[in-house]
Design a protein around this ligand. Sequence first.
Ligand SMILES: NC(=O)c1ccc[n+]([C@@H]2O[C@H](COP(=O)([O-])OP(=O)(O)OC[C@H]3O[C@@H](n4cnc5c(N)ncnc54)[C@H](OP(=O)(O)O)[C@@H]3O)[C@@H](O)[C@H]2O)c1
Length: 516
Amino acid sequence: MLARRTPGQGTVCRLARLARLPGLDDMSDMGDLGGVVLALGGSTGDSPTAPPLAARDSVVRLTALIRRLAELPDPPRLWIASRQDGPAAATTGPRGVLRAAAYELPRLTASIIDFTSGTDLTEVAADILVAHPVIEISWRDGVRHVAHLRSGSPEEPAAGSRPLIRGGSSYLVSGGLTGLGLATAQWLAAQGADHLILVGRSAPTGDAEKTFARLRESGTVVNVVQGDIADSAVTARATAAAGERPLRGVIHAAGVVEDATLANVDEDLLHRVWRGKAEGAWALHTATAGQDLDFFVLYSSLASLIGSPGQSMYAAANTFLDDLADWRAARGLPATAIHWGAWARTGRGQHLADRGFVMISPEDGTDALGRILTAGHTRVAYSPIEAGAYAKGFPAVAASELLAEFGLAGDDGDSALLDEVLAAETDGRRTSLIQDHIITLTRQILGGTSQHIGPATSLVILGLDSLCAVRLRAQLENSLKTSIDPGVIWVRPTPAGLTEWIMNRMGLRSGEGAGA
Ligand SMILES: NC(=O)c1ccc[n+]([C@@H]2O[C@H](COP(=O)([O-])OP(=O)(O)OC[C@H]3O[C@@H](n4cnc5c(N)ncnc54)[C@H](OP(=O)(O)O)[C@@H]3O)[C@@H](O)[C@H]2O)c1
């Protein structure tokens, strides 16, 4: 349908099935290929496939396509288009993938457009033919919306607000045996929850048992349900554990965080990340249908909101939570998805403190949770992150419409470096400019490490992992306006080796066009 609306004057639209993507090879021969539209399977609302699995399938298909496009010397613009009417659109997971891909594959310009049935597809097609920057467009009931992030400060609870926690009630926390889930369980008890149902696959650690003992001493009943939250038998057991005390609140904090660049992800990794998060959220949604809940909270991540290099699958799984919250809220069901930034002292993000991230203390995080629930938000991010610093060096991210309010577009403050390199009169000067730049970037990426970094220092031994390498490569490509092969940092892992490779790539040696 969309294809029929797409061709305008002089526009040719070719249809290809994703399964036959070798067809892309033919497309790459077409010098004037303006873009690729991946039309994903529409709403999953009335589909026989469970929404989280349908959304996961879209992620698999998109990832395969992105890999193909990224191999092309000049990747065509990519649009993801889909009809959305159900709890999770086919664009749900892909949105997270694209937000992360903007860091890893800055040469790929990719946007999303989704629409409810009844939308005039001529307008959708018109959008696709415009040279937008990275943009996310939703057509709802004939109205066009563009996703924008707005900054704000947490509200103070209004005087006389109703207490969040009711006596004689039960509260379920998935992933409640460790990390943020356990901190949340302690907070719930401190707010007066007298029955906690905590779900996790592993048995509680000794430290967790000590925490439970303290909670029990102060009068809270702690009920541990061991099992996979995505398994409907486990969710049934967990909700039944409420017994005489009705279930009033659900906090879905279960999740697996596993990072890999888009070039390295596979379906097993996607499955591990997807299971607890997306399938777990759906199982909880289904198991609590008809219960009179005060809140249903989904612990999402900043990664699904503004992307994060190396976290495409994790971001995708979190977008399922984000869209589920919107869908529930639209049906009058309690729903809050929180895009958390990194927490200090507990959970999987603790190490980010060493990378210079501003962290959320558990006290601050749980206090924010209370304020977010009192304010009644459906989708909210809580993070002290400075967006400009985070997106610096990633032009595709900075130029995204999503972050337009932050005024980051065009802020590639490093371009002066290229002018200086081109104006330098000797190879030695060019070498030291690039080398110093690599050292400065590495130091920043490693959170301001005080370790010595010299021209011969191995960045790998220094601690540069594949995700840091993605950042370094993207920032070098941006500041030197050249493309750097993905694997080169591993083959030339020192500032001197990398500089030599870049000098050759850019033809910067004397007599090879330097200073031209
Ligand atoms: N830490 C942060 O800074 C941060 C930032 C943003 C968002 N978040 C989100 O907050 C949540 C908690 O993160 P965290 O850092 O505290 O991670 P964590 O310490 O690894 O805790 C996650 C918990 O979920 C459980 N879990 C995983 N899959 C499960 C499944 N299928 N069924 C039942 N339990 C399962 C894990 O235990 P088992 O493996 O034994 O089941 C673990 O106890 C996650 O959803 C994460 O995405 C965290």
